[in-house]
Write a protein that binds this ligand. Structure first.
Ligand SMILES: [Zn+2]
Length: 230
């Protein structure tokens, strides 16, 4: 029996062949997961099909516009989940191997309301990290994204005296460039009487979160970076 129901999982820019009619050279394809009779996802990542918008529209009995709009919105949600996963990993992956006491302080520092509620920080951190890693490993709409501490990059973060982020820049790999950037960043920080930090994170966006975090989170962030590059 042909599958009659699909769920749009996102939009893929780098995949140009329609899995339905075989047409090639498409600008993008729509990732769709088959649904069972009850409307539940019926399969794993391997069962996802990639159709051009025209064939996707036919399969769903939708207009192409509706397919494109839905696929873009779904993809935007995926991108947000990825960004959240990178934030969680940038904050918590460095304390994964920290003593329980430090791990608990970092976790409750970010989740005040869970203190003294019986929620176990160690378990929560493990769950958060598992989920974040699974999110970034999901290859439904593109290759897996980097998620290890070894994938962290360093960022210069300058915040103003009233604690707003004023600048986030990736630290260059090359030593001379790095020194030049450090000097320029220091001048800028001095000029606005702000604070200059160097933090390690999976993305510029998550570098902000690390820069805003408590001292202990940032201490472990530095340790993790040093351990990964010793
Ligand atoms: Zn097609």
């Amino acid at each position: 029996m042909p599958i009659s129901k699909w769920k749009i999982k996102g939009i893929v820019d780098g995949f140009d062949e329609c899995g339905c009619c075989g047409r090639r050279g498409l600008k993008r394809t729509v990732a769709m997961m088959p649904l069972d009779a009850d409307g539940n996802e019926d399969g794993t990542a391997e069962d996802v099909v990639y159709y051009g918008t025209s064939c996707a529209a036919t399969s769903l009995s939708w207009t192409q516009d509706k397919v494109t709009t839905t696929a873009r919105a779904t993809q935007a949600e995926r991108d947000q989940r990825d960004a959240y996963a990178r934030r969680m990993l940038s904050i918590y992956a460095p304390v994964e191997s920290a003593p329980v006491r430090d791990k608990a302080r970092v976790y409750y520092g970010h989740n005040h309301s869970q203190r003294d509620t019986g929620v176990k920080a160690t378990e929560e951190v493990a769950k958060l990290l598992d989920k974040a890693r699974a999110t970034l490993a999901d290859a439904t709409t593109g290759p897996a994204r980097p998620s290890r501490i070894e994938d962290f990059r360093r960022y210069v973060v300058i915040s103003t005296s009233d604690d707003r982020i004023s600048l986030v820049r990736r630290v260059p790999e090359e030593e001379a460039e790095r020194q030049e950037q450090a000097a320029a960043a220091q001048r800028r920080a001095d000029k606005i009487q702000g604070r200059l930090q160097v933090v390690a994170a999976l993305a510029a966006e998550s570098a902000r979160d690390v820069a805003y975090a408590d001292d202990l989170t940032r201490e472990w962030n530095v340790k993790a970076w040093q351990a990964a590059h010793a």
